[in-house]
Unconditional design. Structure first.
Length: 140
């Protein structure tokens, strides 16, 4: 391939950058700190709904989307709870749709390539509140 590829850390950073503006403007998050180092949690610390918020971001390449294992979910939720923060998850999916020269990638099998300076489609459905059923109550 003639185009250089992003490494895992660069893909993670790209996914975070892709949603950062959105969560501030559309999801009312006041961002206080951003940590884009792979493996360091949380990635974003701030306030949402007037309360401390820990946002965990995972990015994956087409056809996948960032996800959490059950073990990671429980570990991250416990970490946020310990710090009196609401835990949120942001799953990001990236599909490379254009080469750096702006030509379209027509072969769907190449959409999963993390091509540096390529044009990407971003799949992101918004922040998900992380909780367990014992912490939910029904209000009638």
């Amino acid at each position: 391939m003639k185009w250089p590829l992003m490494n895992a850390a660069e893909v993670h950073q790209f996914g975070m950058e892709a949603i950062l503006d959105h969560i501030q403007k559309k999801e009312a998050v006041i961002v206080e700190a951003v940590n884009d180092e792979v493996g360091r949690d949380p990635q974003i610390v701030g306030k949402r709904w007037g309360k401390p918020a820990f946002i965990f971001v995972h990015t994956a390449l087409y056809p996948d989307k960032g996800a959490l294992t059950d073990q990671d979910f429980m570990r991250l939720l416990a970490w946020a709870t310990k710090h009196s923060a609401t835990a949120f998850f942001a799953g990001v999916g990236l599909a490379c749709r254009n080469y750096p020269d702006k030509s379209e990638i027509t072969d769907e099998t190449c959409w999963s390539l993390p091509i540096k300076n390529g044009g990407f489609a971003v799949a992101y459905e918004g922040l998900l509140v992380m909780t367990t059923s014992d912490k939910v109550r029904v209000v009638r």
